[in-house]
Design a binder for this molecule. Structure first.
Ligand code: NAD
Length: 355
């Protein structure tokens, strides 16, 4: 089979880690007889430098014409002085909206080989955890009406949160389906004691729950969830939550796994075409030094094989190769704890050899 993959390398370490994932995909293609055709498009700071816009139209058109899209990361100090609508990060919201990606899947799993990286107490670490966070991606306060106005005390700014029944229903279904394929437990996180949007969220999630009697569902307030993630993360299987709560909680969950360079993500809509990216940023502090951990991006490519192309064996082969490399003690600098560290290229070579 031939698959067209759009590449959004972006800024900072983006190009290095995307190129690593491309090499791994090529190795998988050779092994299993698939052809992956890669086409690069500009995004973020690199696109601003070349075209004046963080998300050029050709990029949007190219992504929409691809079977799936792999993204590195965008942003860096060079572009931080630009106004909000011209910032590299604006491109992320733009491409997600253009591709109609309303779901963000963010796994947060503790690798047995990396238990020492987990900042939690030993008895908590020993229980392990494997969480799938399902975050709503195109609604809520990040997309609501916003602005500045004169208020009682002079200048004020406001952002508004709005969720429709349709938006809640479709993300709830994705979460229930995901829970069904895992340990059949769903935690819906909201702030229903204060927010009207959360009260609608809770009501609709309960209505959808009637279609999934085999999935155990519970509600949790977001402040409690933030505590429970560090007190007892093993209680969670699938979490479903709104755009902003999901943004914050998934970063918290990433921290308790120990390394931000290990975590992949997928953004999905109603079609098979998805946007796959590591959860970390462009790490300008280590860009161009060959120190970046490519594993999050390589695992993002593995998610692409599974969710966009239904290539489960190929996807599992990448995950198994990463597990094998970690179990053999090989590490990049971010997870080496001062010990010997491989470069980005050497880690990629090791994963390809393990494949
Ligand atoms: P960051 O994730 O880029 O870096 C945080 C820390 O983690 C840094 O010390 C970095 O060196 C380290 N790190 C991150 N990824 C790593 C990897 N693969 N291997 C080894 N170490 C890694 O977050 P930040 O410093 O807050 O942001 C830097 C830039 O990235 C900013 O411009 C920000 O807006 C942008 N950003 C982009 C995205 C995205 O493109 N999706 C996400 C978050 C931040």
């Amino acid at each position: 089979m031939q698959y067209k993959i759009g590449l959004l390398r972006g800024d900072g370490i983006g190009p290095e880690i995307v190129d690593s994932a491309v090499r791994v995909l090529e190795a998988v293609g050779n092994k299993y007889g698939h052809e992956f055709v890669f086409t690069p498009y500009l995004i973020g700071g690199a696109a601003i430098d070349a075209t004046g816009k963080p998300l050029p139209e050709e990029t949007v058109e190219g992504c929409l014409a691809s079977d799936s899209v792999l993204l590195g990361a965008v942003g860096g100090p060079k572009w931080d002085i630009l106004p909000g609508h011209l910032r590299p990060e604006k491109a992320l919201l733009g491409i997600r909206a253009a591709m109609e990606l309303f779901t963000n899947l963010r796994p947060a799993k503790l690798y047995p080989a990396l238990k020492a990286e987990c900042p939690l107490r030993e008895d908590i670490v020993d229980k392990g955890f494997d969480i799938m966070i399902v975050r709503e991606l195109t609604g809520g306060i990040y997309f609501g009406e916003r602005g500045y106005r004169q208020g009682k005390y002079g200048e004020e700014a406001y952002d508004t949160e709005c969720y429709s029944r349709m938006e809640i229903e479709r993300i709830a279904r994705v979460a229930f389906e995901s829970a069904r394929k895992r340990r059949k437990k769903l935690t819906s996180i909201d702030k229903a004691n204060v927010l009207e949007t959360s009260r609608l969220w809770r009501k609709v999630v309960h209505e959808v729950a009637a279609e999934y009697p085999d999935v155990e569902v519970q509600d949790m307030l977001v402040d409690n969830a933030a505590m429970q993630l560090v007190r007892n993360p093993s209680q969670f299987d699938v979490i479903v939550t709104s755009n902003m709560f999901g943004d914050i909680l998934s970063d918290e969950a990433s921290q308790i796994t120990g390394s931000i360079g290990m975590l992949e993500s997928a953004s999905l809509g109603n079609t098979k075409r998805g946007l796959y990216e590591p959860i970390h940023g462009s790490a300008p502090d280590i860009a161009g030094q060959g120190k970046a951990n490519p594993i999050a991006t390589i695992l993002s490519a593995a998610m692409m094989l599974l969710y966009s192309f239904d290539l489960a064996a190929e996807s599992n082969a990448i995950v198994a190769a990463v597990d094998k490399v970690l179990a053999s003690g090989l590490r990049t600098a971010d997870i080496a704890r001062g010990g010997d560290a491989l470069s980005t290229t050497q880690m990629t070579d090791a994963i390809i050899a393990a494949l």
